[in-house]
Design a protein around this ligand. Structure first.
Ligand SMILES: [Zn+2]
Length: 235
């Protein structure tokens, strides 16, 4: 069973409430992420970091002793894109520690919601609108996250440059890994610097680094003790 827990943006979607089936043990939660709508104008540029965060399904997390192997499939759209996916993973690894994510294209570990843990480069909905999605597979009994998948839309023009010339792979992927780690969206204007802010745009790189709210969210799950600000805004 798949339920869309958040789907904000131009292509508004209706949550699929699904069918109640008490014997289901694993449920997939999907987050769809959109480009900043043109009618919204330039994205917010706060000068301080918000402490805002949200927890997926009220709080689900990985078992901290788990190592999760994932594969990357589909051709990378620009040189260095897969390296950027791994860099985004490394940004979060330290916060989920000692659980970690390890790329292993030949032998990814199974996702109980289907297939294996994976990141895919592929078509989603053409240029603009949805840029990527991420899902976590949760055990409804234990509230543990037991699998994930992620997809990035190859219809977009991606970049791995600094400064980013187009849609920055690490910027978007860092946000998606935040969903994998267990965080939902924060959409207040003051949260524009945070990695878990729910829109991304061309040239943006501030989501590469975690902000105050992102860190506080992770401390809630994993008792990281890392609760200071920045450099979420990149300054
Ligand atoms: Zn998102």
């Amino acid at each position: 069973m798949i339920s869309i827990v958040e789907a904000k943006g131009p292509a508004k979607q209706t949550p699929d409430k699904g069918v109640k089936a008490p014997q289901i043990e694993f449920v997939e939660e999907v987050f769809v992420d959109y480009k900043t709508p043109t009618h919204a104008g330039p994205g917010p540029h706060p000068t301080t970091e918000s402490d805002d965060f949200s927890l997926t399904m009220g709080g689900i997390s990985w078992i901290v002793s788990t190592t999760t192997k994932y594969k990357i499939e589909g051709g990378e759209p620009v040189s260095g894109a897969n390296t950027a996916l791994e860099a985004a993973e490394a940004t979060w690894d330290g916060f989920v520690n000692p659980a970690n994510f390890v790329r292993n294209d030949a032998d990814p570990s199974p996702n109980p919601c289907g297939g294996s843990n994976r990141i895919e480069w592929g078509l989603i909905d053409g240029v603009g609108n949805a840029l990527a999605f991420a899902s976590v597979c949760r055990n409804v009994v234990t509230k543990e996250i037991v699998g994930f998948r992620m997809k990035l839309d190859t219809s977009e023009t991606w970049s791995t440059n600094t400064p980013a010339s187009d849609l920055d792979v690490e910027n978007v992927a860092s946000h998606e890994w935040g969903h994998v780690a267990g965080l939902g969206h924060t959409n207040k204007p003051a949260s524009g610097c945070l990695t878990m802010y729910n829109f991304a745009d061309d040239g943006e790189t501030q989501k590469r680094t975690l902000g105050l709210g992102d860190k506080l969210g992770m401390d809630t799950f994993y008792a990281t003790g890392i609760t200071g600000p920045g450099p979420g805004c990149g300054f």
